[in-house]
Write a protein that binds this ligand. Structure first.
Ligand SMILES: [Zn+2]
Length: 267
């Protein structure tokens, strides 16, 4: 399995770095988890955006889906058209949001077909989603809106676990147990004054402890503000995790099966 980070910033883009977006590649299957602002340009370096097997959105905060609008324009107006609609899996309530967006942007005669370049559906968080070579399962997190962490398996390599956005009270370690690669958010600083039971984000240390309890081999620390000193966050995370940690930056690619390799840069 292969993971490529498309962004890695928190709720707004950092300089040169978009928000949440992750390309997962297994066999002939390519799936994108979240497509936040600024992630489509990075996606285009690594995959043909017209032939993705699916896009799955963890929750309805704008930093996790805004480039769906940019993708809709690219699919509609790029001189090389897509062979067909791209499957888009939204969390519960996502179809209503997309219909409201279309109603606000398009005139009423065009609104119903506005997202016709996407095959839009909602996933059932209690179920399993099969997309090509990959199977996805979901676990609700503690965030400020309903949000689901995602575990991705191809049945051969170790699993990928993506926290999406979550606070520590979600206790996702059991769901993430024995995954090979964990992508964890580490948005807030250790001196956060928010109530830990309702806080909707992790500190870098909490991200590290989650990955350690999950027995993961590799941690990608992501969803960070440039203003919060990502390199200090990385150092704190490495100390608490004890294994390999990388900052989630655009173009970081982790490839694993028998062994884990990392590289930075587009293909
Ligand atoms: Zn977010």
């Amino acid at each position: 399995m292969e993971l490529t980070v498309l962004g890695g910033s928190a709720a707004g883009p950092n300089p040169g770095q978009g928000c949440s977006g992750y390309l997962v590649h297994s066999g002939q299957t390519r799936v994108v988890l979240d497509l936040g602002p600024g992630t489509l340009p990075e996606l285009r370096k690594h995959a043909n955006f017209r032939t993705l097997d699916g896009i799955v959105v963890s929750h309805l905060h704008v930093d996790h889906w805004l480039d769906l609008l940019a993708l809709r324009f690219a699919l509609t107006y790029n001189p090389v058209p897509p062979p067909g609609p791209i499957p888009l899996w939204l969390p519960p309530g996502g179809c209503t949001l997309l219909n409201r967006l279309a109603g606000a942007i398009a005139d009423s005669a065009q609104a119903s077909a506005y997202f016709s370049v996407l095959d839009v559906r909602e996933f059932d968080p209690a179920g399993e989603l099969s997309i090509g070579d990959l199977r996805l399962r979901f676990q609700s997190t503690v965030h400020y809106v309903p949000c689901w962490a995602i575990r991705v398996s191809n049945g051969r390599d170790g699993d990928l676990f993506y926290t999406a956005d979550t606070g520590p009270a979600a206790d996702l370690a059991d769901f993430a147990l024995d995954s090979s690669v964990v992508v964890a958010e580490g948005t807030v600083q250790i001196d956060s004054k928010e109530d830990i039971s309702t806080r909707g984000h992790l500190t870098p240390e909490e991200a590290a402890l989650l990955a350690r309890r999950a027995n993961a081999e590799f941690l990608v620390l992501s969803h960070l503000w440039a203003e919060n000193n990502p390199f200090a966050a990385l150092a704190a995370c490495q100390e608490a995790f004890g294994g390999s940690v990388e900052l989630g930056v655009p173009g970081l690619t982790i490839r694993w099966g028998q062994t884990i390799e990392r590289q930075i840069g587009g293909c």
